[in-house]
Ligand binder design. Structure first.
Ligand SMILES: *Cc1c(COP(=O)(O)O)cnc(C)c1O
Length: 387
């Protein structure tokens, strides 16, 4: 990274002299950009991926975000999408074709699993899921037609990690494209490109937007890779972000560092309280001393973020429900990574046609810590766990 963090978040990519020196960038709410001459138009078309011409391909507000995200991940370029799922789908589909094979971690994000298990097989692509905590499993699963190693480190709910250095080397040795869902750690806490991982995807809905008001996604990679994805899946599937939502993400980025710092510290305090509580059976958190992969977390992740999972000691689901219903300062909601604390009981997924066999314990609750004072959240847990 050539720039310091605050420069990236506050200034990089913002050509203020081009827009009346406005401090906050304008929202270029336009579908296209006109050319003064035919020759100028020809040149614009030739460089469509880097220059405003048509907003499906390129927009100046979104471009600022592309530059910042690439700098944060330490890659040459980035592309921004309407959702994290769109970014993941584009990254994967751009690098595989019929008759080829993907090796993926066994418990990726639910809609990533749908892409790999249900959509891609329709087009003749096969997937093998492995326990990614053991690098040797990658070597064992690689076939002559393997093209992609798909990682999510840590994943959500159980926070399993992959050794990025080792897996990056395996990918290079076999000439495979490595893709990681880096949503949990954000580039502030983990930069997989340092270990040779090729594509970093993000659900920017989470920490990057940070305010529970936007759904968005990003992928970061080399210029060669982003150009390839731009000409293929990005322009064809067209799952782009609106200029306004790109602007909201830029606003989210301004405070990313302070939000994460606060969340990380509060989470440590809340976990310290919970780990000694008699009604907590188990805690899953990458930066927990009892995490069997704690050493790996310390090696490749700067800090722990704000999401963890607890198993509540209870007789039945009704008791888990009573505890969750008693929480006053945690909203019962999906997603994570914003200012407000959330609780997501796994039992809510049971019986949904949209999430067949969720493979999560009935007494598990996923917690996301927001920006509230730690004492407030601890007191809320204390009273709710008494139910
Ligand atoms: C939310 C999430 C996604 C999907 O992102 P959307 O922005 O909701 O499309 C992908 N991966 C992880 C780890 C997530 O938490």
């Amino acid at each position: 990274m050539d720039f310091d963090l605050s420069y990236i978040l506050n200034h990089l990519g913002e050509d203020r002299e081009d827009y009346l020196n406005s401090v906050a960038p304008p929202i270029f709410q336009t579908a296209m950009f006109a050319s003064p001459t035919v020759e100028a138009m020809r040149l614009m078309i030739q460089n469509e991926q880097h220059q405003p011409f048509y907003t499906r391909g390129n927009n100046p507000t979104t471009n600022i975000l592309r530059q910042k995200m690439a700098a944060l991940e330490g890659t040459e370029d980035a592309l921004v999408f309407a959702s994290g799922s769109a970014a993941i789908a584009a990254a994967v589909m751009a690098n595989v074709q019929a008759g080829e094979h993907i090796v993926a971690v066994q418990k990726p994000y639910s809609w990533t699993k749908k892409l790999l298990s249900t959509l891609l097989p329709r087009f003749g692509v096969e997937v093998t899921y492995i326990d990614g905590t053991e690098p040797a499993n990658y070597e064992k699963a690689i076939q002559p037609n393997t093209k992609i190693l798909f990682l999510e480190s840590p994943n959500s709910w159980t926070y399993e990690q992959q050794d990025l250095e080792v897996v990056g080397k395996i990918a290079k040795a076999h000439n495979l494209v490595s893709i990681i869902d880096n949503s949990y750690a954000t580039p502030l806490f983990q930069q997989p490109a340092k270990y040779g991982i090729d594509i970093m995807t993000h659900s920017a809905t989470k920490y990057i937007a940070g305010h529970s008001d936007t759904v968005a996604g990003v992928l970061c990679a080399s210029k060669e890779m982003t150009d390839k994805i731009f000409r293929g899946e990005f322009m064809t599937l067209g799952g782009i972000i609106s200029p306004f939502n790109a602007w909201l993400l830029l606003r989210g980025l301004r405070t990313l560092e302070v939000r994460l710092e606060r969340v990380s510290q509060t989470t440590a305090k809340v976990i310290e309280f919970l780990e000694n509580h008699p009604r907590i059976e188990k805690i899953w958190y990458p930066y927990h001393a009892q995490n069997p992969q704690f050493e790996l977390a310390q090696k490749q992740m700067k800090q722990g973020a704000g999401m963890f999972t607890i198993a509540i000691k209870a007789q039945d689901i009704a008791e888990v429900e009573a505890v969750c219903n008693a929480l006053k300062r945690f909203l019962l909601a999906v997603s994570w990574g914003a200012y407000e604390s959330l609780a997501f009981p796994a039992c809510t997924l049971y019986g949904s046609p949209n999430y067949p066999s969720p493979d999560l314990g009935w007494n598990w609750v996923r917690i996301c810590i927001g920006l509230e004072a730690p004492e407030v959240l601890i007191a809320d847990f204390q009273q709710a766990l008494a139910h």
